[in-house]
Structures are given as structure tokens and as C-alpha cells.
Design a binder for this molecule. Structure first.
Ligand code: FAQ
Length: 324
């Protein structure tokens, strides 16, 4: 008895009884843990999504890290430094959670540095002004929270648990970004203009973070059935728009979408069409900063070689001492 045509690691069809029991556990809202039986396709989907997520947190340090030395005051510098360090921590939790699926951190790093693995499209856009740091916190972390709060209920235990702490920290990140935007929007005309320009740059790319529209999302249907994802890409994008438009109004800033309109019937905002060609170009490696971001990660990896070597020698010494 076989099921669904999904294959195991040896290319054999997954046994139907195990598949049925697995789905029943998911339907009962039980968490799947690392030592439990799972279909190979479930394991692979998680490795793909979780490693892309971890890489995003790591590459995501770059657009803001760029501003740490230039933040306008000591206080702003300290806040930004703490935020960027949080992103590094998020990457590490998620890499650790991904390792429970039988891949190594080295494999995952190799996939990122060779350009095989994806990371979020959003981090391939530049942050030319201080207001972009506000826009990243407000919009990028805001979109991240909208996507990640449901992931706290993801069916895979280690992923769900890592998301709980991450979401708490993301909420602080979103608030600090919105606060930067508030100060600028209530400042001089030049400061308000700087905030508006940053919103113009980040609005559409933030909407693209949620992934392709549902009709083009190849993984959503299966991932929803396995409760890895709880909402579709379009559902989350809509929730984000509905939550963010009033925040922009409160700031006195204009969302750069002439077709944006409140729809009384649906109780949601209608919005203009996303430029999907731009999204495809960016995820294929041809966005404004793709090459620069990847090169920065390659350089960091090479410059960190001595740290990895030192850590390894230290570990060997500890093992020897323990054995003695
Ligand atoms: N960029 O079939 P679907 C953060 C790919 S937040 C690049 O819909 P799925 C916090 C997708 O991988 C950002 N690629 O896929 C922070 C697939 O490609 P593949 C990270 C994208 O997985 C803030 C293909 O398109 N958050 O880092 C994107 O069901 C500030 C087809 O798509 C997460 O990763 C994209 N935007 O849904 C850090 C959240 N969208 O692998 C620093 C977890 C789609 O078949 C500073 N991930 N693709 O070749 C998810 O929720 C999902 O993976 C989605 C995509 C919703 C991103």
C-alpha cells in the first residue's frame, strides 16, 4: 500500500500507513519532533524553507549593519547594534533547528555562498539614507512578524519553538523602526521627505517578501496541508497591507500605490499589481545588491576562517582533557 506518489530518500514510494498516520498526527495538531518518522518530502521542504529563512536573517544584517557607524546619535547606534545582533542570533537559532533535520551547518553555509540557496529578496535592496533604517524596521520587520507569528504554530517542533522567541524580538524591531519614521515624519520638511522616499523604496519590495501570488506558489498547497504554513502568501500579504496602511496615515506619509483603496464590501484594502518581473529578477540574482550581498558573506566567511580553526583546536583540547 503506497500513498500520494511521494518518494523516500531511496526513491521508493512512501508507505501509505505511515503517511496516513503522519497526516493524522498533523491534523490532531501534534508537533513533529526530530526523531519521529516523517516523509522525505516534508523533511526536504523544511530544510528548504528553514535554511532560506536562516540565510535571510544572516544576509539581513547587511543593509542595516551598513548604518551602525553612521547612526545619528549614540543612542540610535546602540539600538541599531542590538537589533542587528538579534538578527545574527535568529539566524543561529534557525540554523540549529535546521540541523535537527540531518543537514550540517557547513552544508547550509556552502549552499548560501555558492548561490545555490535562496534568501529573502528584500535584502537585495539598498539603504541609502537613515530613513531607510526606519523603513526596514517598520516594513521589513513588520512583514516578517506577519509571516512568522503563524510559524510559531508550525507543525515541526524545533521550528515552531525557535519562532516564539524570534517573534518577540521582531516586535521590538518593528517598533524601533516605526519610532524612527515617527521622528522623521514629524521633523523638518527635509526629514519628512527623506521618510517618504524610504517608504517609496521599500513598500513594493516589502509586499514581495510574502512570496509569489497563490496561483504561482508551487509549495503552498502541500505546506498548508502539512501545517508548516498556516496562511497562504496572498492572505498574509493582505493582512500586512491592512495593518500597515493606517500606520502610514498616522505618520502623514503616502503609500506609493495610486490604486490603493479601502473596499467596504470586502473589509480590506484593494491594491495595485505587484511587479512580478522585478521579483523574479531579484530572486534569480539580478537585484540591485545581490552580488554585493553575496560577496560580503563570502568575505566574512573567509575572514572568519581563523575563528573556526581556533574553536576547533579549543574543542580538541577540551576533549583531550576530558578523556584524561
Ligand atoms: N525571496 O512556493 P513558494 C527576516 C521562493 S524575514 C526569495 O510560495 P514557500 C527578518 C521560494 O523559496 C525574511 N525567494 O514558496 C529580518 C520558492 O523557491 P524554491 C525571511 C522567495 O516556501 C528582518 C519559490 O520562490 N523570512 O529575515 C521569496 O511556500 C529585518 C516559490 O515560492 C522567511 O524566510 C522571497 N521573498 O513560501 C532580518 C520566512 N518568496 O525554494 C533582518 C519563512 C518565495 O522552490 C532584518 N519562509 N521565494 O526554489 C516562508 O514563510 C516561505 O518560505 C515564503 C515562501 C512565504 C517566503
Amino acid at each position: 500500500m503506497y500513498s500520494q506518489g511521494l518518494k523516500d530518500a531511496e526513491g521508493q514510494l512512501e508507505p501509505a500507513e505511515l503517511m496516513a498516520e503522519f497526516q493524522a498526527r498533523i491534523d490532531r495538531e501534534e508537533k513533529i519532533e526530530p526523531r519521529d518518522w516523517m516523509p522525505e518530502a516534508y523533511r526536504k521542504t523544511l530544510i528548504r524553507q528553514m535554511s532560506q529563512h536562516a540565510h535571510s536573517e544572516i544576509v539581513g544584517q547587511l543593509p542595516e549593519g551598513n548604518w551602525i557607524t553612521r547612526a545619528p546619535s549614540l543612542k540610535r547606534k546602540m539600538i541599531l547594534l542590538a537589533k542587528v545582533q538579534d538578527e545574527a542570533g535568529h539566524g543561529l537559532y534557525i540554523y540549529s533547528a535546521t540541523e535537527t533535520l540531518g543537514v550540517t551547518r557547513d552544508q547550509l553555509t556552502d549552499e548560501l555562498l555558492t548561490g545555490k540557496a535562496k534568501y529573502s529578496s528584500i535584502f537585495n535592496y539598498p539603504t541609502p539614507s537613515w530613513a531607510d533604517i526606519g523603513a526596514v524596521g517598520w516594513l521589513v520587520d513588520g512583514a516578517a512578524i506577519m509571516n512568522q507569528v503563524p510559524l510559531c504554530r508550525s507543525s515541526y517542533g524545533p521550528y515552531a519553538r525557535s519562532m516564539i522567541r524570534i517573534c518577540k524580538e521582531e516586535s521590538f524591531h518593528q517598533r524601533q523602526g516605526y519610532e524612527i519614521m515617527t521622528v522623521l515624519a514629524r521633523g523638518t520638511a527635509a526629514q519628512k521627505d527623506m521618510a517618504q522616499r524610504a517608504l517609496n523604496r521599500f513598500w513594493w519590495p516589502a509586499l514581495m517578501m510574502f512570496g509569489p501570488s497563490d496561483k504561482d506558489s508551487k509549495h503552498s498547497e502541500q505546506s498548508m496541508k502539512w501545517k508548516i504554513k498556516r496562511f497562504t502568501n496572498d492572505e498574509l500579504r493582505q493582512k500586512f497591507i491592512d495593518a500597515t496602511v493606517p500606520q502610514a496615515e498616522h505618520l502623514g506619509l503616502t503609500i506609493p500605490d495610486p490604486e490603493l483603496r479601502w473596499n467596504e464590501e470586502t473589509g480590506q484594502y484593494d491594491h495595485g499589481e505587484i511587479n512580478w518581473q522585478e521579483f523574479i529578477d531579484v530572486i534569480k540574482g539580478n537585484g540591485p545588491c545581490n552580488k554585493e550581498r553575496l560577496q560580503a558573506r563570502i568575505n566574512a566567511h573567509e575572514e572568519g576562517e581563523w575563528v573556526r580553526e581556533a574553536a576547533e583546536v579549543y574543542q580538541q583540547k577540551q576533549n583531550q582533557e576530558e578523556a584524561a
